[in-house]
Design a protein around this ligand. Structure first.
Ligand code: CUA
Length: 343
């Protein structure tokens, strides 16, 4: 008898500790956390999550509570304890759990539907900025059709204006996700998906591919910079300029190498012959904060990427050609000087 009670007490203690520790560990995560929304759209996603979590907790407590109650109340206390009265086929109970479940699911469906329809398209009267999002292996291309340029791994948006994203992929399925600004949308080959959001506060936000897409899935991240409208307009103007001409001899040599070593076959630089579309557009490479989305854009890191990109992002496409293109240390320096001058 006492041994059994002890077992129950231990099981109960474990259950309570698990219930207490699991949410604490989950919710202690630092932002970028989708429950710390910075836009109305992300706020709706967070609200939907919280409502569904509450419903799930409620169902869990009712079901588990009943199980624990029945197990304790109707356990066999001794060898002569009779089998409890059987109530198989109780109409009242079957009605209760059928109707109860239906009501709970219907409630979740309504809230879900409301959220999805609000997030499907920007308000008709708002003038949304369009950005084409292309998932690559493994980086992001952002094209601004009305402004006529492309950038990579860093997305700039104006604060206070809806931005509509049209997603495309020419390889595998990715998922475009800025946890603090929006829900996820799948980036599917041969199909255009759409999502929109509006940043309310200027700031830098973290973005991440949210669909397993190959060995560098985790490295397929990006930054979102939300700027006040005047600063955004300024940024657009700068991005529309053709690339800066190299000034130093080293950088001029680097520009030559860019063409003789084959870089121009994959990369585009506006104002030059380089029109490649396989890799990121490098016209304003030096206006970005990172190289390959995962390293700060220092001379050393750019050199590391140019010389041995495999050591930075194993499996990347550039390495498949560049491993066959020997570069001397001087040549690497020259290429770095040229790229770092592309403000
Ligand atoms: Cu792209 Cu994961």
């Amino acid at each position: 008898m006492w041994q059994r009670a002890g077992t129950w007490a231990v099981a109960l203690a474990f259950g309570l500790v698990a219930l207490a520790v699991f949410p604490a560990a989950t919710f202690a995560a630092e932002p970028p956390w989708f429950l710390d929304p910075a836009s109305e759209q992300a706020g709706r996603v967070a609200r939907l999550f919280n409502i569904e979590l509450l419903v799930a907790i409620l169902v869990f407590l009712i079901v588990e509570g009943l199980i624990v109650y029945v197990v304790i109340r109707y356990r066999q206390r001794g060898p002569d304890d009779p089998v409890p009265e059987q109530i198989h086929g109780s109409t009242a109970m079957e009605l209760t759990w059928t109707i109860g479940t239906s009501v709970a699911l219907l409630f979740v469906l309504v809230v879900f539907w409301q959220t999805m329809t609000t997030l499907a398209a920007p308000p008709a009267d708002a003038e949304a900025l369009q950005v084409v999002v292309r998932g690559k292996q493994w980086w992001w291309e952002f094209e601004y059709p009305e402004y006529g340029f492309r950038t990579a791994n860093e997305l700039y948006i104006p604060v206070g204006q809806p931005v509509e994203f049209v997603t495309e992929s020419d390889n595998v399925i990715h998922s475009f996700w800025v946890p603090r600004l929006s829900g996820k949308v799948d980036v599917v080959p041969g199909q255009q998906n759409r999502i929109w959001f509006q940043a309310d506060e200027p700031g830098e936000y973290f973005g991440q591919c949210a669909e397993l897409c190959g060995v560098q899935h985790a490295g397929m991240r990006f930054k979102v910079f939300a700027l006040p409208p005047e600063k955004f307009a300024q940024w657009v103007k700068e991005q529309q300029q053709p690339a800066a001409e190299p000034v130093t001899d080293l950088a001029k040599f680097g520009k030559e190498l860019f063409f003789t070593k084959g870089c121009a076959g994959c990369h585009a630089i506006a104002g030059t012959q380089a029109q490649g579309r396989i890799g990121p557009d490098l016209t304003h490479f030096a206006s970005r904060t990172t190289v390959a989305a995962v390293l700060p854009r220092t001379d050393g890191n750019v050199a590391r990427w140019v010389y041995n990109s495999e050591s930075v992002k194993p499996g990347n496409i550039m390495w498949q050609t560049m491993k066959n293109v020997p570069l001397s240390p001087e040549e690497v320096d020259a290429l770095v000087a040229y790229l770092q001058g592309l403000k």
